[in-house]
Design a protein around this ligand. Structure first.
Ligand code: AMP
Ligand code: MG
Length: 337
């Protein structure tokens, strides 16, 4: 396929995934390839993730190009995840992107990962102006576009929801990722045990909930008056009810007419059900980003890079320094104003 369309190669590398996406300037996707670090035991160690990205980036790029049936010379723009994330991972993506941009003499654009999750949702679900609940291993954010930026209406004060579920599952001896296993176990129970429900203003805290659920498993009542399925069900119900409350209040405040659920935890059917319920109550359209694009991927980075490039052009190489802690609400969104 020799395309007459302009193509962007997007690189995602904020954490466990080295993702490459090939997308044209109209939003058509040609190639999606992910290499994901999965720990054999323990959590996501930044140095081990970095090593895997270093070992596999070339192969991942080649596979994405091959799926798109094009060559690196057909690429017109490079986009990469510049923020936020784990420093060692971000650095690999940034180095690869700068190298490609300079070798091929094509423009480069740095992209905020959280904004990319929203933009790929707007593209894939064909919606204009959503309130977004972004729930993943590394992030828990309720955001919406207002006054030229993606404003944050609520966020976690400590653990991201996916990280909390994965950590709890790991403590129980379940393999990574724990979220889907917790969803399955929770389905086997209708028993709810009261656990700390912590919403402060519009923000959420999951660490007390995590500790309390662990105490239930360590208690002498465990496997006498309740079992593991009951604990996991209670943990999931409490955490998702907190997310739903904050999302609903943001929806009432912003009066948006669309709600987008995205990030890896968006796969959870119980969470989908709860968010859909509040959408019906508020006459808002509910959309879940297709799972292929809900988790971290290079297409979302490529597409968001294209949106910025079309209005502002590329970044100077001196502007491509990684920003591990950059918040999405610090960034202007010229393509929507
Ligand atoms: P991400 O960080 O966006 O790549 O998403 C990964 C996170 O999504 C991990 O924390 C997973 O445990 C979580 N996850 C994936 N599927 C599910 C599910 N069905 N229920 C809950 N969490 C899930
Ligand atoms: Mg993500």
């Amino acid at each position: 396929m020799k395309l007459d369309k302009k193509l962007c190669l997007g690189i995602e590398s904020t954490a466990h995934t080295f993702g490459v996406g090939i997308v044209d300037f109209d939003g058509n996707v040609y190639g999606v390839m992910n290499d994901i670090y999965i720990p054999i035991k323990g959590g996501l160690h930044p140095v081990l993730i970095k090593e895997q990205h270093l070992d596999n980036f070339m192969d991942t790029i080649k596979k994405a190009l091959s799926e798109a049936n094009c060559s690196i010379k057909d690429i017109n723009l490079i986009a990469f995840s510049q923020s936020p994330g784990l420093g060692p991972s971000l650095k690999i993506g940034a180095i690869v992107a700068r190298m490609l941009s300079q070798l091929l003499k094509i423009p480069i654009v740095g992209v905020n990962h959280c904004i990319a999750h929203v933009e790929i949702g707007r593209l894939m679900c064909n919606i204009e102006d959503p309130l977004t609940l972004y729930v993943s291993g590394g992030n828990t954010i309720v955001s919406a576009y207002e006054s030229g930026r993606y404003q944050i209406f609520g966020e976690t004060l400590d653990l991201p929801i996916g990280n909390m579920l994965d950590s709890f599952a790991r403590d129980l001896g379940l393999s990574h990722p724990g979220g889907p296993k917790i969803e399955q176990l929770a389905r086997e129970s209708n028993n709810y045990i009261s656990l700390p429900y912590v919403v402060k203003g519009m923000d959420l805290s999951f660490s007390g909930l995590y500790t309390a659920a662990k105490r239930l498993v360590e208690s002498n009542q465990y496997e006498k008056t309740y079992d593991l399925n009951d604990v996991v069900n209670s943990l999931q119900e409490t955490a998702f009810a907190m997310l739903t409350e904050v999302t609903e209040r943001a929806l009432a405040h912003t009066e948006k007419k669309e709600v987008l659920l995205t990030g890896g935890v968006a796969a959870n059917k119980r969470l989908q059900e709860m968010i859909e319920y509040i959408c019906n109550e508020h006459d808002a359209r509910f959309e879940v980003v297709p799972l292929k694009f809900a988790g971290d991927n290079g297409v979302m980075i490529g597409w968001t890079g294209i949106l910025r490039y079309k209005v502002e052009g590329g970044h100077d190489i001196s502007e491509t320094i990684i920003k591990p802690k950059e918040r999405m609400d610090k960034i202007t969104i010229p393509w929507r104003s």
